[in-house]
Design a protein around this ligand. Sequence first.
Ligand code: BGO
Length: 270
Amino acid sequence: MSTTAWSLAGNPNSGKTTLFNILTGSNQHIGNWPGVTIERKSGKLKHNNQVEIQDLPGIYSMSPYSSEEIITRNYILNGQTDRVLDVVDATNLERNLYLTLQLMETGVPIIIGLNMMDRLKKEGNRKINLKKLSYVLGLPVVSISALKNQHVDQLVDKMQDPNVQTYAYPKYDDRLESAINLIGDTIQALVPKQQLRWYAIKLFERDEDVTNELKLSAEQTQAIDTTITTTEKVFDDVSDSIVVNARYDFIARVMEMAVIDTEDFSMSWS
Ligand code: BGO
């Protein structure tokens, strides 16, 4: 049987380390990421040595600004992981989904571990419909409490189920999608197929690292620039902010479909 490499990604304090410790038990190795003093934890799944798990540094965004962001971004994009377990704090769903969307944009297969469900229940003012959340994201979602070790066994089952569909990408505003597709057509021979959307979005955002990495010809640069400036005119906004807004619009739709704020509901009757 071949080994599967999983990574735990998520916002800081979403519970990655707590979950990592349950998944690996004492089966773990602790070191540092190369060149930085950020702790690196890796290990093997308890009872299944064929599943390797890497705990990635907690981040809010895949922008290449902090050391944590660079490590996580490069690790996922350089193909060092087969799959990502996205640890999402259920009590901070909107904020956490911003990273989820960016992870989805990389084209890596993802399962969502919706953590802190014990705290969500205790707070009692919000309900999340897991089926709808999974449907609207197009990804498997398993609700857990890493702290209380609740439903982690179901998450492990899902991680080892070969039939689980773990790849989906968020579809944004049609006008932005057209621009992403046009840029994708221009660069499709230069990047791995699975990462085409990631590269197209990054070029649209004028991400310097990606622009330098691809070594585009003058014609390709010109074509992409025309697409970006035309789209900016249509939206009357700059390209990176168009993408940020598209992600927030998508998250707003997810929240509308899958979340009920029970406090709002009772207030509307008072
Ligand atoms: C402290 N439920 C609840 N209620 N808490 C959880 C859960 C869960 O499912 N999972 C994790 N936590 P990390 P990152 C703490 O450390 O795993 C808690 O950054 C405290 N510490 O116990 O470290 C977890 O690796 C003092 O809380 O997250 C931890 O992703 C008071 O969430 C925190 C209160 O978990 C972050 C909490 C001295």
